[in-house]
Design a protein around this ligand. Sequence first.
Ligand code: AHG
Ligand code: MN
Ligand code: MN
Length: 326
Amino acid sequence: MTTLADYLNQHATNPALNDVITTVTDVGKTISQLLRKGALADILGEAGNQNVQGEDQKKLDVLANDLLLDALAKNAHCAGVASEELDDATPANDDGSLLVLFDPLDGSSNIDINMAVGTIFSVLPYERQGQTSENSDYLQAGNKQLSAGYLLYGTSTVLALTIADKVVMFSLDPETSDYVLIEDNVQIDADTSEYAINSSNYRYWRAPMQQYIDELIAGETGLRGRDFNTRWVAAMVGDVHRILCRGGLFTYPFDTKYAHKAGKLRLMYEANPMSLLIERAGGGATDAINRILDIEPTDIHQRVPVVLGSKNEVNYVKELHVNYSK
Ligand code: AHG
Ligand code: MN
Ligand code: MN
């Protein structure tokens, strides 16, 4: 049996990174316990406020955010924290060498119906050690991430993590409270017949995305010549986890539903960490055309269209978009 602590000792060459990953995953244990108690812990329902993105916050969005923020602020290696739920990044310890970014609770609409939710995190290097960190310090492309991962609070709690060049998974043992290694080299098949998209937004998509989904729905009667199946968890963590387990394509594409947004998902808290995991497991991750990990961010809360998963399928979506714009 290999625990997360064993794995980090054996594989992470950076002790500071070990330490912040341990802090985040320890908080994950607390969030997991609260979720197990559910309504009995008075954690369900609305918090009564909106976040910087204009979204209604759930009690658990706020609670998970505060737990992570408090724990990371005490970590000497953490120079600052940026969260989907906070207007601005919060400086932590000026001498720290790492910045931690997170979506404290992904899939908020699932909380009150007892469905899967998660926590997504990303770690970036801090280049101005000794000085107080600011929003601009976080504006680094996803390819600079030192580590990324998520906790999925599902029927069991699972941690997917990438340090160095591998993606690994751990399961939280509720009896010992240890994360135990269950997969030591996750790989995604290049081909798939499963896809995830919120089709109710069809009329807001661009023509090549409409064409792509039309082709999948036509199945064996269309030019793809085989049937496809839809799965949609409504929490990116759940959909990405399924893809790491058995392949698939997940997309939240560009849409014109809200004029000022390029897509729904957030580059720094969702798209970048998930893209790092997916690429390191052999999959692809684009905004339909360009590699997500190469996007130079201009705002910590910016949004981006996302197409990720089995490589051949991600490339096919790209082909449709490139051909359309020719
Ligand atoms: P969050 O709960 O952090 O705001 O993120 C929810 C995201 C993502 O997890 C999921 O894929 C998507 O929103 C669900 O969108 P729909 O509301 O369109 O189903
Ligand atoms: Mn989210
Ligand atoms: Mn969230």
